[in-house]
Design a protein around this ligand. Sequence first.
Ligand code: FAD
Length: 532
Amino acid sequence: MSGTTRDYDVLIVGSGAAGLTAALNLAPRFRVAVLAKGGLSEGATGWAQGGIAAVLEPGDTFESHVEDTMVAGGGLNDRATVEFVVENAPAAIARLSELGVPFNSDTDGAGWHLTREGGHSHRRIVHVDDATGWAVQQALEKAAAAHPNITLIPDMVAIDLVTSRHGERYSGDGHVWGVYALNKAKGKVETFTARATILATGGAGRVYLFSTAPRGATGDGIAMAWRAGCRVSNMEFMQFHPTCLYNLEVKNFLITEAVRGEGGRLINPATGKRFMPYYDAERLELAPRDVVARAIDAEIKRYGLDFVHLDISHQPAEFVKGHFPNIYEKLLGLGIDITKDPIPVVPAQHYTCGGVVIDLDGRTDLPGLYAVGEVSESGLHGANRLASNSLLECFVFGEAAAKHIAVNWDTLLAPPPIRGWDESRVTDSDEEVVIKQNWTEIRRFMWNYVGIVRTTKRLERAQHRIKLLTGEIEDYYGHFRVTPDLVELRNLLQTAELIVRSALKRHESRGLHYTLDYPKTAAKAVDTVLAP
Ligand SMILES: Cc1cc2nc3c(=O)[nH]c(=O)nc-3n(C[C@H](O)[C@H](O)[C@H](O)COP(=O)(O)OP(=O)(O)OC[C@H]3O[C@@H](n4cnc5c(N)ncnc54)[C@H](O)[C@@H]3O)c2cc1C
């Protein structure tokens, strides 16, 4: 048994919007540590372009935002959760503004400038140009760094949750008291203990070959919670963003939904024709993401294309540059002047709707363990996420979990003495190539067999490969010293297994889950809940 132990009141794994919001809400009363597996700003939050949805101007209503969310979610959303998030949205935006997030103002300066995105029936997206997430991440990080009660710990990779079975006396109730984490600089595993632990580890997009998510989106929190005994739900609902830049040099650069919101048209480069009228005559390019992604996928497959075009060049050049300064600059550097040229785009995995089951306080099934943000399944998104609702979920649930911890502090048990990480039976690996090979293999078969359009046969093929790899990777994990790549590979495979198992359980097509074997939507909407 070895390693250092550090004790805090509350431990938060993840330094994105969800984790930092929780930290800032806890810090007035508690000593909080926030772990990130790389740099603090490297999660998906900093990458968000479009903005945050909230009802902020006369004429818009909570009912309308709730309804839009439920329609996008294919009726699988939990209405109470949707109402909770929507009604708390304006206050969350006000708090971000107080923290210094420089949201764009309206032309007359009287309010915020609001954009409209696919699936929203009203302009309700606050934004900071087209780099909202970066502005939010910087403001939260600055506030957290300045708080004496918050310790920010980058380059610390959580491996597994510390539960009651790691206590010196086994209690068997599954209570969670922190994490074991790999200190990247030292190459050593440390034990972090706390009365309450919050998973804010983001999504699992990197389980797919093409994904707009950052490199670290490997489903770590979902896999850790599952291994510890939490239920996981709706993992089959993986959102594919319809418009990711197609470029062999710069892979996975997202072209925000707002380009379609401001009039961008999707054109088939083979026919030169706008194709959305054939797929959704009413909503056209503003149809929800799953509809647009499937339409692009169908055009690409039907015409044997590498990409389709997204064209905004019919709008005045100043309008385009003013609304999309970052995309304009980035693409100009790649030889595409979006004021004149169409943008080549493909769909790519973008958002993980499913995750660790939580309640309105962010509580998971295990005492002492909370989950907030993209790692969780709160009931907000149902079978498909409405654009710009996800950052919002991070702020609302980050605060809700913090409140619950504060109110129930006296009932949360202090950690008992915990056994350190056992490295006595492992050696350094001499076969790192195995990790790289398996990583690529998972991402490729998930893309080919568990992508936008599914069949039972393809899902079973994926399941078969997962079974073979599981034995190999667990054997590897049991014999060699952990590395960040090995931790991620193990979690990636676990997440892939949960996605495929969930997809096989759903005998209908709904929202983001579309299978040729069950193309119809069942009358009753039921969550796919997996229990360990
Ligand atoms: C390109 C892109 C554009 C987007 N645009 C929008 C948008 O306009 N509006 C919107 O609402 N949403 C958008 N989203 C979605 C949104 O950004 C995410 O859902 C949200 O930021 C998730 O925040 P989070 O705090 O849950 O996780 P993240 O911001 O992803 O943070 C995860 C954190 O967990 C840490 N972590 C993970 N695993 C471990 C581990 N094992 N040990 C230690 N730390 C760990 C990471 O280091 C990181 O700090 C977009 C997403 C992408 C990828």
